[in-house]
Design a protein around this ligand. Structure first.
Ligand code: ZN
Length: 264
């Protein structure tokens, strides 16, 4: 099988490399990123641990390695995470320049800017002076443009919710798929939530640009940054959701009686 590979897809404002890792070699592909928001750094640990597990499972043909290729970008905002962890700014979501990387994407960027009303750099919610003005968001944008994945997942904390839509550009069964992912988590399912009045996020841009499946998963509950001791629980929950998504993307027909979903 194809070995796992690593790539530098760009550099942060302070010059830290932004890494991407791949495994599998399928015609279908899935992109997952984490720590776009600085004080949500626990998502990096969850994603890396899941990716290492996936790598091992590929060898046991858990998923056919020729069916699906997985791209992960576990640390999109390394400068911001450093600020939270070493600068003790627990409220900080933005990058080192005070730009919120999840308000940076060219999908209703102006609308989001007006809605937020934030015109200056700061800990959160400032979308920059122009879409993709930041090297971190540009790196993510360029990677996705180049690799054209069949689905993307952006990992955030917290709220135990899955957002799946953007201005009705999403595939018709995206709501159903989000619901199945959420139900796969035992004990406390994650809720599939249809968002309105939200623009300029990574998944918004992906859905608008590609008309494919884009999800933001708000993992866990509590106050950001979530304590590191949560990461094992979050990994179990994430794995359950990704099992559903990977199987779906790989083209395994769901046996669930609810499929195909009924449309209103
Ligand atoms: Zn977030």
């Amino acid at each position: 099988m194809e070995q796992s590979q690593k790539h530098i897809i760009g550099y942060s404002f302070k010059g830290r490399p932004i890494w991407a890792f791949t495994c599998g070699n399928g015609p279908k592909s899935l992109h997952i990123n984490a720590s776009v928001h600085a004080n949500e750094w626990i998502t990096t640990i969850v994603l890396l641990r899941w990716f290492m597990k996936m790598n091992r499972r590929y060898r046991k043909t858990y998923l056919n390695e020729d069916a699906i290729k997985i791209w992960v970008v576990p640390l999109v905002n390394p400068d911001g995470v450093d600020l939270v962890m070493n600068g003790r700014r627990s409220d900080w979501k933005a990058n080192a320049r005070g730009v919120d990387l999840n308000d940076q994407f060219p999908a209703g960027w102006e609308v989001e800017r007006k809605r937020r009303g934030k015109l200056k750099a700061g800990a959160r919610d400032f979308g920059g002076d122009a879409p993709l003005s930041e090297s971190e968001s540009m790196a993510l944008h360029d990677l996705v443009k180049r690799t054209s994945p069949d689905a993307v997942v952006a990992l955030h904390t917290q709220g135990r919710e899955i957002y799946y839509n953007y201005r009705d550009f999403e595939p018709r069964d995206a709501a159903w798929l989000a619901k199945q992912m959420g139900l796969a988590v035992t004990k406390n399912a994650y809720r599939a939530v249809k968002l309105s009045n939200s623009d300029a996020g990574f998944k918004d841009w992906f859905i608008q640009e590609f008309r494919k499946y884009g999800f933001t998963i708000e993992m866990g509950s509590g106050v950001n940054p979530l304590p590191i001791k949560y990461h094992s629980t979050l990994l179990i929950e994430f794995e359950a959701m990704m099992n559903v998504l990977c199987n779906f993307i790989a083209g395994h027909t769901p046996t669930n009686k609810e499929y195909p979903p009924k449309y209103k």
